[in-house]
Design a protein around this ligand. Structure first.
Ligand SMILES: C[S@@+](CC[C@H](N)C(=O)[O-])C[C@H]1O[C@@H](n2cnc3c(N)ncnc32)[C@H](O)[C@@H]1O
Length: 357
């Protein structure tokens, strides 16, 4: 039986966990080479079937998959562009670039030994030149934000791994699953990106009215986004909120610990449409608090929470902590989904709801 090569991308600290998740789908999955931190070249029996199953089951730690259908030797000079274009056009999968279909070229440059490679082109230039050539050749339409077909390139010092697939097979429409957001003047914290990415990945919209409970709110990035959506917010944190939030009549700041706030909120039958948690706290402790908080969640409300994981040591397995935390959440919620997002560091993001939809 032949094998198919592809690239898995995950947070470097969880690349083994990502491989294990995919091996549950395809037992024949074999790592071939670590191309860069968190980026592993692998073989599997059938990339397309593996990717479709992964897209359905949503593994927690696998951020991105990309098929490798050909390998191009590169010299990092301008001539590479033509060589890569011809190799892509010769692939049977090039036929996916049909007239009118939205596509993107996504190239990533990585270093296998930590040394930067001098190239005659940037990844942006390579994407643009190839996209122009492919659009002219096929009448497909370049759409960087919502591509349906993606030409993926991963270039090391002398090798370009190239493949064409649907965005669904890639598990993300961003290169390597790296969803980047622009900084804005009104932004309060980088944590805002975690919430924005979670909304996109879990396909959620913030309601334009209702009440959000934000546990571990300071300095107030998530709170700002809830307010911006049109919600009232109870922000719980012993620390100060950003001065720009002061005096907002839609915001109540409970300047104390979540444990004491929740005890009172449950007693007073408070109800929220969204319960958010980004507290710096052991994932299992956070999960216990979120189960308590479930009494304060409207039936059709949603919980969006980060769960902080310990670094792996000989004694500590962060995956055990995560498994325990999710088991705790399952005692209070009918549905719990977990993903490690690009903006998550030593943590994952979970979304939970009371009832199965
Ligand atoms: C990563 S920050 C939250 C960032 C916030 N989501 C934002 O968007 O700006 C973590 C916060 O959790 C708070 N925290 C830790 N333990 C807490 C507890 N038991 N109750 C309430 N807040 C807590 C800390 O004070 C800290 O402000």
């Amino acid at each position: 039986m032949s094998t198919q090569t592809f690239i898995i991308t995950s947070n470097p600290e969880f690349s083994q966990a990502a491989l294990t998740e995919l091996r549950q789908i395809d037992k024949r999955l074999t790592p071939i080479e670590h191309l860069a931190p968190g980026i592993t070249l692998c073989d599997a029996s059938d990339f397309s079937s593996l990717a479709h199953q992964a897209a359905t089951t949503h593994p927690t730690f696998v951020r991105h998959l990309a098929p490798v259908q050909t390998i191009v030797h590169i010299t990092n000079k301008e001539q590479d562009v033509g060589r890569i274009a011809l190799s892509a056009a010769a692939l049977p999968t090039f036929a996916q670039l049909e007239r009118g279909i939205q596509f993107a070229v996504q190239s990533r440059f990585v270093s296998t030994d930590g040394n930067q490679v001098e190239r005659a082109y940037s990844s942006g230039q390579l994407n643009r030149l190839l996209a122009e050539a492919f659009a002219t050749e096929t009448d497909a339409v370049e759409a960087v934000k919502k591509p349906r077909v993606i030409v993926s390139l991963l270039c090391t010092a002398h090798t370009c791994y190239l493949g064409i697939s649907s965005a669904e097979e890639n598990l993300s429409s961003w290169p390597g699953g790296a969803r980047r957001f622009a900084n804005t003047p009104e932004q309060i914290s980088r944590a805002e990106f975690k919430l924005l990415e979670a909304l996109e990945v879990f396909d959620l919209f913030l309601p334009c009215k209702g009440i959000a409970l934000d546990l571990g709110a300071a300095p107030g990035g998530w709170t700002r986004l809830f307010l911006e959506a049109g919600m009232d917010v109870v922000a719980v944190d012993p620390a100060r909120l950003d001065a720009r939030l002061e005096g907002n009549k839609h915001l109540e700041h409970y300047r104390g610990y979540a444990e004491s706030y929740l005890e009172k909120a449950v007693r007073r039958y408070k109800q929220f449409d969204v319960i958010a948690n980004d507290m710096r706290m052991d994932a299992r402790d956070a999960a216990h608090l979120l189960v308590l908080a479930s009494h304060c969640l409207h039936n059709n409300g949603v919980v969006i929470s980060t769960l902080k994981l310990p670094h792996a040591t000989r004694e500590i397995n962060p995956l055990t902590t995560l498994r325990d935390a999710i088991a705790i959440l399952n005692t209070g919620y009918g549905i719990v989904k977990a993903r490690q997002l690009f903006h998550n560091r030593q943590e994952v993001t979970v979304v939970a709801a009371r009832c199965k939809k």
